[in-house]
Ligand binder design. Sequence first.
Ligand code: SF4
Length: 61
Amino acid sequence: MKISVDPERCYGSGDCVYRVPSVFTEVDGFGAVVPGREDAGDDPLVREAAESCPSQAIAIS
Ligand code: SF4
């Protein structure tokens, strides 16, 4: 399952990076998916990070 971060919604809280640094990173102060890790959506920690994102910017499809 693919993960994406909507840059229009993200406000750069950094929660996702703190929770799963192997999958999420920070680019110019905003959350982003580490290149090559877009398919890590099955990881329960990633799901948890998506559910906990304060701006609901993380989508798993
Ligand atoms: S948790 Fe959500 S708002 Fe915070 S940096 Fe990650 S994507 Fe952006």
